[in-house]
Design a protein around this ligand. Sequence first.
Ligand code: ITT
Length: 445
Amino acid sequence: MKLFVATHNQHKIREISQILPGFEIVPDDPEGVEENAPDFAGNALIKVRAIAEKHKGEWCMADDSGLEVKALGGAPGVHSARYAGEPCNTPANNALLLKNLEGVKDRAARFTCCCALVDPSGEELVVHGHCPGHIAEKAAGVEGFGYDPLFIPNGFDKSFAELSAEEKNAISHRGRALEKVKAIVGNGECGTGSESSTPPLTHSSTFLAWLRLFRVVNLPTVPGDVLVGAALMSFFSWRAMSGLAAAACASVFLYMFGLADNDIVGAKGDSGRPIPDGEITLGAARLARGLCLFAALVVALIGSLPRFWWPVALALVLSIVVYNRTKWSVFMGLCRALNVVCGVACVKIAFTQGDERLVYPVAVVAGLWFLYIWAVTKYSEGEEKNPGKKRLVGMFVGGIVYLQLLVLIVITMWDAGAMPLLVAGAVLLVLLRLFKRALPKVSAS
Ligand code: ITT
């Protein structure tokens, strides 16, 4: 497969050829174009468009990359090549970086690579790759190029310039972005939708990173499962639902526990997430995971949830842990079904009366949840390499709120006692819409 690459940088060409051995890489210098966009994605698009004009009907790509240092507010960033001024001077860039970091303790940094692609039909797509690490006190090594002698990737005690080309390419920002490129070109077309550009690595971006870790946009979908479970019990008496708020809250904390656990397990691979991108440290994420589990237990104790809630919650935690380590979609289905059962289990009266009428509605609804989430999770496989699919998965995940509302409406028609739960479900839907609108940069799936 022929791939035209818009660059004059021979080091990039060498690395791209090493990372994409099955491709015929044809360099084309987009001479004279001004890289004046505020971010990597914008500059990569400027470069690729400049050559795509000349190579209609072919695959074209541009790589815009650079180093972001947290303590410097994300600098040198898009100005990496000319940090010390025109023209590009690597020794001067590296010397300026060390000078600007004199006496600075927090030397966290990351390399970012943004690849813009144009497919033979003219469709465009942008993907990112990151490599987190820190800036050394002094330069070491002779391999690679640019800032490589100063950059120590996480998990290593050597600089990029001390690693072999294979070692660097296996973990580098360019290696990670090009893995996505390989999959997209393999699909034969760009498809729809680019990856949204990740915020620059700065101290203030850390807050946003926590929102992304906990996929805050999706959190309103969680308590609705519990509402549905509790509503199924409404023909006993909705007044018996003293533990409902505690159970809903505990489920949110268990979900957050699962999200933190998921990103900790995928810390080495899932580029595009806050831990591998260097925005949140592994230690901080582990602490957050423990705190979420602890918070769920404390809320359950304070809300004095019935005894039956505890084994259901334990089964939920186990399903989460198994799913994160196996990625078997069936366990994700099980998690959300158990979340409904958590709602059933928070209604005290249900278990003192032991009525078999409960079994059928609970089994039908929990089964429906199981199948829906199982199917969405199965469909979502490989979404990280396909931004169009990722958006669709985000919509399906949000769609669970409509399913919750539908079931709540049916139950309310059957027993008006469930009306407060229907109102709460509607509030959750409004919250989901608000979160999606207010936090467009926080990944939805
Ligand atoms: P083209 O625009 O022609 O592709 P360039 O070198 O000007 O070449 P960029 O504008 O993308 O490319 O700037 C990238 C700069 O970021 C590069 O000059 C290095 O200083 C730094 N950089 C990017 N990737 C790097 C890597 O893998 N190792 C070391 N430094 C890197």
